[in-house]
Structure formats: structure tokens, C-alpha cells
Design a protein around this ligand. Sequence first.
Ligand SMILES: [Zn+2]
Length: 334
Amino acid sequence: MAVLRGNRQLLAQITAAADSGRVCHAYLLEGIPGSGRKTVAMHMACAFLCMADGGRPCGECLACRKVAKGIHPDVQVLLPEKDKKTISVDQVRQLREKAFVVPNEGRHRVTVIPDAQQMTVQAQNALLKLLEEPPSFSVFILTAQARSQLLETICSRLVCLETEKLPAEEVMAELKQRFAGKSEADLALAARLGEGSVGGASAFLQGGTASQLMKFCADFLRAAGEGTASLMKLAPDLLAMNKEKDDLSVRLKALRLAARDVLVAQVGASHMLLFENAQQALEAGRGLTKTQVGSIMEAVDVACSALNNSLNFRITVMNLLIRCQKTTQTQRKG
Ligand SMILES: [Zn+2]
């Protein structure tokens, strides 16, 4: 089983529910990517099926070991089919048929749906029927970045739990172990960008060095300040990024912080999250007004949520550039 960092209160809550037998029918685990949502979901499945007398999951009984190996007959993980990005209504219908079969070995039949926002609206509606009248032994564990990604009707049936953020020092300590070869500066930047998540911070380190990220952000903001032609020159590089490996979302998160740094520097404050000092931020945002920087942040947010919802990669990139370009154009004319 993957090692869990942090989430201490949440894990204690899960153990208490499992030990007392007060297990609900459906849960939603909310949290930023890399905060351990899927690991916690599997931990819950383990806890609910564990055969120990207390302190569930024990991690040692047959049930715990089977869940950890992914071979427990009463645990099902629902993912999009191969080469698909969404979970279809047919998949949920099949799930519904199996849901009424009495568990083979455990007290519960546990269905885990990681990134549940990948369910189509029809699939969510099909699941809703199951959640409205679930078999007594069934437990559903959904994960998502935020409940707003799911239909409200679904959320109203779920007990919502949130994965917890780790203190920066703990993230830093873990990064030092995982990325022994990286410089202190790189690790510190990644820890800041990871916003309390080791997984999130690791993504930044895999995406390149801190200086590369800073250069990307500075180049982007400078191009936005220069206008359309410069912005459009960025398109080939952005489109060439590896969408499977989240290269773009890592850069967009950094870009959002960079834009925030520019705003902070423009009002005369100096607490920087991405840039090393306010001077660097002012330099990068030289051609931009505060309103323009704010609009760029909004455009980046829109692009981030489009990526999270697996919308078309190419369209997302082009929309981002067009939005940034429009802001700078209108502002210049006005
Ligand atoms: Zn156990």
C-alpha cells in the first residue's frame, strides 16, 4: 500500500468509523491533486473490510493484504475504459448489476471511483439511482478535486471528507528524501508551489528545475505585456507539452503564482511565492497593468479547470492565449 503522508485526522476518523461499524453508504474525498485522495480511498476500502478487532485497517490480515494487492473480490475500482477519458453510463449500469450481489468475503462491497468527475452526466445520473437506494452492504468512495465538479444531486448523497494539507516543513523533509539530487532552492520552490501536498510538489520537480519554471513564467508575462505577436509565439512550445504528464498544469500553477507575485510587487509588497524577489516580479510584469495581470490570472484559472476536466488540450492552450491576448489588447485601447 502506498505510504500516506499527513491526513492524520482524516485517517483517525476513518478508523473510528470502521471500528464502530458506523460506515456510511457513500463518501466523497475532496482534495487537490497529489494530496493523497486515491491512497486515502484505498485505505478506506481496506479499513471497511479489515478483519482485525480494532485499529482498522491493520494492514496485516488477509483482507487488508488482498485490498493492498488489488485482488479483494469485494473491492471494485471504476476507471475510464482503455484510451477513454470518461466513465460511461454503460460502465455504471454494469456496476449497478454487480452492486446487488452479496459480498463474497467481507462485510461490504466497496466501489472506489477515483476522479469521479470523469463520469459523464448520464453516468452520474445512473449512479444517483444506485445511491438513492443502495444495497445495505454497499459502500461507494468517490474522489474529486472539488464537489463542484459533480452533480449537486450526487453530492447531496455523499458524506464529504477533505484530504488535509501538510505543513511546509513536512513537505520539505519528504522532498529531500525523494529528490536527493535537487538543489535546496528547487526543493523550497516546489514545496511552496505544492500547497501542502507532497504529490503536487513532486510534480513541479519532475517538470524541471525551479529556474526553468521561473523563466517560463517570466517569458509568458513579458510576452503578454508585449502583445499578440509575442504571445502567439509561445503557442508551439505550449502545444508540444506532454499533456499526459501534466507538464502544462504544473506550468499554469506556477504562472498563476507568478502573476500573483507581480500584483503583490506592483502594490509595493515583497512577499514572493515564485520569484526570488519583488524586483524580478516587477521586471517580468513590466508591460502589464494590475487589471491586466488580474485578467491573466483569471484566464489561467479557466485553463486549469479545463485541464482538470480533461477538456481538449489544444483548445485549452489556444483559449488561454486568446484570452490573455484580448485582455492586453482591450486594456491598451481603453
Ligand atoms: Zn486488516
